[in-house]
Design a protein around this ligand. Structure first.
Ligand code: F6P
Length: 370
């Protein structure tokens, strides 16, 4: 192993630059390797290629910086969305692998979520050694307790809930916060508990608007005239579908968005209470990583270099019981890590009186303490 290629793929997340810094410092400082940074995700491996050598001076001051200095893409020529399924275009892999050879890259570190790591796995299967680093604010990757970026997004969502409390209380309103979480409700669940929400809606537990309204009535009976709802963008009503703002096409995956407004409108219709929706969106992804994510991203980056140098391939670094281990990439990409509907944290939320808007919710959650 003389040259490591480094790719950041998928949606950005706080801590990407911390990984880049750790990879460069470890690869050069400890193993005297060369690091080639591929720009704009896997797209940088196609056509003329967009790649440059990363030197120690390129990563100075990067630790607190949001985004990725390499650029990233969450769409492109490696995945074509066809009749609802994702197709892997063989031609793109052939071209990229030839270019990897031309760039002199002996192994790849791929920093990404389920989509990018899935592409990384395909490279590994075609003979390019790959070690993955788990990234996504959604925290939905299997085989790791945490992805970096999640805890920063959680801080941002929690601060938003704190701020919504004071305006909701002043106006006696229902404030609905829509947070990210395409298929899983980790951000909504954790921030909902940390930020004192009254209702948490997640994709794993379909809701009814009547059950949500019931929680608001329950609070009114305790003379609490305002309520806070946090909803993950991928949540849907019982028997209904997720709400999209863009249906997508061959090049673009469908984009979720709109469930927050739907919930706010339905609450207003059923209860007559003035309701407002705030979509937190990409504020959850931008800006500086918090201290834990800087540490975790750095640890992942260094461990990924060590794994590649040890000869590991087709693996992903992962957090397990406060230790970094490596797990098979294939296993990590096989299924998403969803919130178990019967988990301890869901139970705790219900014990605190938080409603998940399930049809039989009243049976589950604790009473509003008047
Ligand atoms: O995967 C992370 C994520 O933040 C999702 O929660 C969200 O649906 C998606 O990315 C949005 O990505 P973009 O707007 O960049 O296409």
């Amino acid at each position: 192993m003389k040259t490591i290629g480094l790719i950041t793929g998928g949606g950005d997340a706080p801590g990407l630059n911390a990984v880049i810094r750790a990879v460069v410092k470890t690869a050069i400082g400890v193993y005297n390797l060369k690091v080639v940074g591929v720009e704009d995700g896997f797209e940088g491996l196609l056509s003329e290629t967009k790649a440059r050598e990363l030197k120690p001076e390129d990563v100075r001051g990067l630790l607190p910086r949001g985004g990725t200095i390499l650029g990233t893409r969450n769409r492109g020529r490696f995945v074509v969305h066809d009749t609802g399924g994702a197709v892997k275009p063989e031609e793109s892999y052939r071209e990229a692998i030839a270019n990897i050879g031309r760039l002199g890259i002996d192994g790849l570190i791929v920093v990404g979520g389920e989509g990018s790591l899935g592409i990384g796995l395909e490279f590994d299967r075609r003979g390019v050694p790959v070690v993955g680093v788990p990234k996504t604010i959604d925290n939905d990757l299997a085989c790791t307790e945490l992805t970096f970026g999640f805890l920063t997004a959680l801080d941002i969502a929690t601060e938003a809930l704190d701020r919504l409390h004071t305006t909701a209380a002043s106006h006696d309103r229902v404030m609905v916060l829509e947070v990210m979480g395409r298929h899983t409700g980790w951000i909504a669940l954790h921030s909902g508990i940390a930020g004192g929400a009254d209702v948490i809606l997640i994709p794993e537990i379909p809701f009814t608007c009547e059950a949500v309204a019931e929680k608001i009535y329950e609070r009114e009976r305790c003379e609490r005239q305002f309520s806070i709802v946090v909803v993950a963008e991928g949540s849907s009503p019982v028997g209904g579908q997720e709400i999209y703002q863009d249906a997508g096409d061959r090049q673009h995956a469908p984009r979720l968005g709109g469930v927050g407004n739907f919930v706010a409108q339905q609450i207003e219709r059923i209860t007559g209470k003035e309701s407002r929706c705030v979509v937190l969106g990409h504020l959850q992804r931008g800006g500086s990583p918090n201290a834990f994510d800087r540490m975790l991203a750095s640890n992942y980056g260094s461990c990924a270099v060590r794994a590649l140098v040890r000869g590991e391939r087709g693996r992903m670094v992962a957090l397990h019981a406060a230790d970094i281990i490596t797990v098979p990439l294939q296993k990590a990409c096989a299924n998403l890590k969803t919130v178990p509907a019967e988990s301890q944290l869901v139970r705790t939320a219900r014990d605190l009186g938080i409603s998940f808007g399930a049809p039989d919710e009243a049976r589950h959650h604790g009473k509003e303490v008047c």
